[in-house]
Write a protein that binds this ligand. Structure first.
Ligand code: CP
Length: 294
């Protein structure tokens, strides 16, 4: 089965082939093709989403697939049905692939061992969010021509971030240097052997400053004394952004906590690629869906 669960262990060649295929779709004049007419793809979101869910739906519709949207809040999950039973139910009805977002870690891996239709990871706990990282790589490659040799600083809530992990694995495979910057309470010690933790001043020297959302919903208590304090110590402020290299760019997976990790004025700043990243989500997800269904 052609599951697509993460970027850990995926080769540079494979990543580049997905980016190249996304470039084909980005340039394609056809808004909709009939390539996957008669195929049914279900978006199984057990956790909220705007960008990932809608860009997958756009990608599926552009490829001519029929789309079934599932949201846990309106389903029999509310009666206590498990994630496995839900996905098995859709599979037994005849869907051809499932795009899935889950909150608990480890469940996607278990599903992948039992479910035969291709499953595509749309966000797996704090483990991986591979299509987000692919659209980030696509954005970097378009900006700089190549990813090999770039220095990427990932700043903020590394501990809870599946985006940081997928970026780390993919960027290392592609030959970039990754460094993290985070308060002690948001560091992931198990990743320190792959990317050093640096000061914000050091992080600002990179080619790419990738800011992460502070995941307030995943913090138990007391990790943040206040949004203002976080902004002062770990936010990309207008003052800090003014010290970035002239060619350097700001990225953020979004949604943004404005004036917490990123100043309001920087969201649509000339250095910011945030809405460009979002736009790239559609061709990247077309390439990923195509790979799963082909
Ligand atoms: N970047 C991202 O995954 O956003 P959503 O949670 O809105 O899908």
């Amino acid at each position: 089965t052609k599951h697509f669960l993460g970027l850990k262990g995926v080769s540079a060649d494979e990543i580049i082939s997905i980016l190249d295929r996304a470039a084909y779709w980005e340039q394609s004049p056809a808004k909709v093709t009939n390539q996957f007419n008669g195929k049914f793809v279900s978006n199984l979101f057990f956790e909220n989403s705007t960008r990932t869910r809608f860009s997958f739906e756009l990608a599926q519709k552009r490829l001519g697939a029929d789309v079934l949207n599932f949201s846990a809040a309106e389903s029999s999950v509310q009666k206590g049905e498990s994630i496995y039973d839900t996905v098995r139910t859709l599979e037994s009805m005849g869907i051809d692939a499932g795009v899935i977002r889950l909150k608990p870690n480890g469940v996607l891996q278990e599903l992948a061992e039992k479910i035969k239709i291709p499953l595509i990871n749309a966000g797996d706990g704090n483990n991986e969010h591979p299509t987000q990282a692919l659209l980030d790589f696509y954005t970097m490659r378009k900006q700089f021509g190549a990813i090999k040799g770039l220095t990427v600083s990932i700043v903020g809530d590394i501990l809870h971030s599946r985006v940081a992990r997928s970026n780390l694995w993919g960027l290392l495979a592609l030959g970039a240097k990754v460094q993290f910057c985070a308060p002690a309470s948001m560091q992931a010690p198990e990743l320190a052997e792959f990317a050093p933790y640096v000061s914000f001043d050091e992080a600002l020297k990179a080619d790419v400053i990738m800011m992460l959302r502070v995941q307030l919903e995943r913090h138990d208590t007391g990790l943040l004394r206040s949004a203002e304090e976080y902004r002062e110590q770990y936010g990309l402020t207008v003052e800090r952004a003014s010290r970035m290299a002239p060619h350097a760019i700001i990225m953020h997976p979004a949604p943004v906590n404005r004036n917490v990790e990123l100043d309001d004025e920087l969201v649509e700043h000339e250095k910011s690629k945030i809405f460009t990243q979002i736009a790239h989500g559609v061709p990247i997800r077309m390439a990923v869906i195509e790979r799963a269904l082909s």
